[in-house]
Design a protein around this ligand. Sequence first.
Ligand SMILES: [Zn+2]
Length: 417
Amino acid sequence: MVSVNACMKRRLCFWGVLMAITLTVGAQKGVFNRYFTGGTLRVDMVRSGNSHADTLNVVRFVDRDAAWHGSRTNLIDTLNAGQYRVIMTDKRSGNIIWQHTYSSLFAEYAHTEVAKSRAEWFEEVLLMPMPKREVVLTFQRRDAKLVFIDDLVVPFNPRTSSIENRIPLGSVRLLEQHGDPAVKVDVAIVAQGYDTVSEEQLSIDFYRMREMLFSYEPFASRRSDFNLYGVKGNVGAKDGVLGADRYVMTKDVFRLHDVLADAPCDYVVIMVNSSKYGGGAVYNFYATTTLHDMADLVLTHELGHAIGDLADEYVDEDLSYSDIHLRDVEPVEPNISNLKDFGSKWQSMLPKGTSVPSSMPQPDDRRACGPLGVYEGAGYAQHGVYRPTPHCMMRDYAPFCPVCRQRMDSMLDKYVK
Ligand SMILES: [Zn+2]
């Protein structure tokens, strides 16, 4: 039995917590207004090198001439995700005022066989809130131990730095809106290959993408957290990238962002007008899909990479980089482990007494992810890399496993909470 007094105390406690949260959010908004204009800075960069070298250069700063669509309260990305990190430091106070993690196509190229003997260059674009006064941008990459180290330090002064304007190459149409972009997950869909296609067919395909996106969890139950935009433009996406026939990506990232110039875009999806099976994605970079019959599953899987920095949980030892996770350090992706530091992964979620490694359940239902455990065969490798469940969206298009689902939810929460 709970006394009235206890009830009152609990209620007071609840209001106390609520007030603290409200004050914290208010304070964080105050921080945003103190340091940022509300506009968007675009930084165009080129990353070049091979399997031994990784060199980053800033090509130009661009005033995106659009309101900052990202969070105004979650300014510091503290997750140990991605291959790269950028830190914005206010020069006068020395305070870190914005931090963001991401990956790039170069990071994947560097692990291919070709990269051992041939250097290539790749475009990268970062969008960040426009600072009011001088900042220092520190670009970091991971070393051999997967620890972030400084790569390039560049000052930026909104009053004196050379800042370009780019001509937008696409016009944006609203596909679905649930609120202010500052508190929603904004997904921009770029339609490639529609020059000779009717507007009616383009609308049908945008509608199909919209419904595909909300077909599976966690997107279905979080639909009201999203805004969706459509833009038409050819951005150079093609298949056969990095020697994989089904891997659809583009190296024309500057052009991609010229097409996207007017679209709020926490995440970018390139819809390629082709019926061939394929897709691709890189964390906080962009995702692609074709219009193949299985595009709904491909899109959901690729968003696992683009949003969650999730690893593939399948085995493909034909890939030249299939041994990428077989090293002395734990991979950074949350949904695979080589057991070098399993405590940092899903160990705390395991039921008591779970055997490591776990045996496949019998019978095995491929429509569900199955019991949580530690199953060998993941991250392209047959042996030495483990996954949380027998099946998952990141392995064979089953529903996201609990580990992947938790990561996806926490990533999406950053934009809406
Ligand atoms: Zn999973």
